[in-house]
Structure formats: C-alpha cells, structure tokens
Design a protein around this ligand. Structure first.
Ligand SMILES: [Zn+2]
Length: 317
C-alpha cells in the first residue's frame, strides 16, 4: 500500500515501525503500518495493508545508505510547522514543499526515512484537527523531534559502531523499549514510535548477543557483518585480491632490495677508490676532487634510478 502526502482523512490507528531479527535465518524484517495490519501481515494474511514489509540480511538497516541527512528539520518539519501558524491561503505552498521532500524520502527505500516521512505528514494532519492549533502544533513538534533529531544527530557510520549504545545512553534521551510478541506468531518484535533510538539499542544488543560485528572491508570498502572483530575482508573474492596484491608488493620489494644491494657494492668501490687515490703520491688534489665529483654524479643518478625501481617504472637490469 502506498502512502500519499496529500490532505486526507486521518486514521484512528497509529503508524508503527516494527523490527524483528531472526538469528537462525540471519534476516531482519521491518514492517511499517498500523498495529492491526502488521499483526495480520505477521499471520501471513495477504490482504493486510502495510506501507512497508521487507526481509533483508541482518545489518541491512544500518548498512544501506540513508537519505535526508540534516534536511529533516528544515525541509520536512519547518514548512509544516509554519503551515500550522499561518493563514489558510499560505498553507498549500508550504504543504507542497514538505510533501515533495517527504515523497523523496519515502521513495528512497530506507525504512527510517519512509517511516519518518509518513509520521511527519500524519502528525501534521492530526495537528490541523484540534481547535487549539497552537497547542496541537507544540505536541506535533515534541512528537516529531524525537524521530528526527537522532537521524540528524548521528551519522550513518556512527550507527554501525557498537559504542553508539554508550553515546545514546549518555545523551540524556529517555529510552523506553516496546518489545512485542504478537499472538500466534512466536516472533519477537521491537516497536519504534516516538524514537528510533530504542530500536538502534535493541539491534546492537542482539548483534552483541550473537557475536556479530560491523566491519569495513579493507579491500573494497564495503560494510559487512562479521563473526569476529578480527575479520578485515568481506568475501573470498576480496581475500584473493589481497593475496595477489601482497604478492605484487613482495616482488616489487625484492627488486628494490636487489637494487639496494648493487648500489651499496658500487658505492663502496667508489669510496675505496677515492681513499686509495688520496693516499697515493701519484695523484694531485685536482685529480681527487674530479673523482669525487664523478662519485657525486653517480649518487645522484643512483637516486633517480632507485626511485624508478621503487615506483615500478624500471627493473634492476
Ligand atoms: Zn570486500
């Protein structure tokens, strides 16, 4: 079921963000919809209308790119906040601006963004209803800022680090986690409504229980979940790539060492030669300094060649 960012009748049900993790299959399932519809969906009722129901490998929620950045307040919330405080004829433009932003976020496919977009719009529609619109607007603000501020405050990379749980704990935000066992499903779910922080905490707690860690592959840069913090590569393919590169580096070093060896012998010969000349009565001091200059030239050229060998532009031969 698609959500439309237009003026529409508000439903009696709250829209929830529900996460369920399955260790056995290694999957995460995320549902967005009303409580009733989500329960029906978990009972495999094909007619249950939810906005989002997808199953992905564990970790996907954090690994996938998250849109929106720090635009939520300025482009999503503020136009609606202003619309609640302005005259009737100024409202359509403000609503349109927010609706465009929310639609973009909704289309992004990111569950955090989809849920926040729906809640923003739904919250606005609810705030338009009461007679005391000032107060409704304040409640709308309190309601939505809990969702928006963590999205703006924490970078996606930060959420991958398990130390985010300490940061959140120390942030002073209240943490109330709704764990839900819908009847006849045998599934453990956790619900986000006012904030994603409890879901983030829950997710990291489960990963820690199952000894799974987010790592960044040092070969391809992809983020992946590993069974140990020692893992540094995401796949056999990257392992192979690393091995090939290591062999190449080793060969290059061998060539460099060989060149160093030749250079040292040669330099030593020069030094001996100069010393012999200095001691010899047959050589004039001009003659010695000429040879010294030639030695300096040799060193200069050797340096250039050494750099060429190091950068792989030349071999020893
Ligand atoms: Zn990789």
């Amino acid at each position: 079921m698609e959500y439309h960012f237009i003026r529409q009748e508000i439903s009696g049900d709250r829209v929830l963000f529900v996460l369920s993790l399955d260790k056995k299959s290694g999957k995460e399932r995320i549902l967005i919809g009303s409580e009733t519809a989500i329960i029906k969906r978990l009972w495999n009722d094909p007619n249950a209308m939810v906005y989002y129901d997808e199953i992905h490998p564990i970790g996907t929620l954090f690994i996938n790119k998250r849109p929106g950045g720090t635009d939520w307040t300025d482009s999503g919330f503020m136009p609606l906040w202003e619309a609640l405080h302005t005259s009737r004829w100024k409202q359509p433009d403000l609503e349109q601006a927010a609706a465009d932003f929310c639609s973009n976020m909704y289309q992004s496919g990111d569950p955090f963004a989809i849920y926040t977009a729906i809640r923003l719009w739904d919250g606005y529609l609810r705030a338009r209803e009461p007679r005391d619109r000032e107060r409704a607007a304040e409640l709308f603000k309190i309601d939505l800022m809990g969702l928006i501020s963590p999205l703006e405050k924490y970078l996606p990379e930060q959420l991958l680090d398990s130390s985010i749980t300490d940061t959140i704990r120390q942030s002073g935000d209240e943490m109330k986690m709704d764990v839900w066992y819908p009847a006849r499903t045998g599934i453990e779910c956790v619900i986000a409504y006012r904030s994603f922080l409890p879901v983030i905490m829950y997710y990291h707690a489960r990963l820690a229980d199952w000894s799974l860690y987010f790592r960044t592959c040092k070969v391809c840069g992809r983020v992946f979940l590993a069974k140990s913090q020692k893992y540094t590569m995401c796949s056999d393919k990257c392992h192979q790539k690393m091995k090939t590169q290591a062999k190449r580096d080793f060969d290059a070093r061998a060539i460099e060492n060989e060149y160093d060896h030749i250079y040292k012998n040669e330099a030593q010969r020069w030094v001996h030669y100069i010393r012999r000349m200095e001691k010899s009565a047959d050589c004039s001091s001009e003659c010695v300094s000429e040879v010294r200059l030639a030695y300096e030239d040799f060193k200069k050229e050797a340096k250039i060649r050494k750099n060429a060998v190091r950068s792989g532009q030349s071999t020893v031969a």
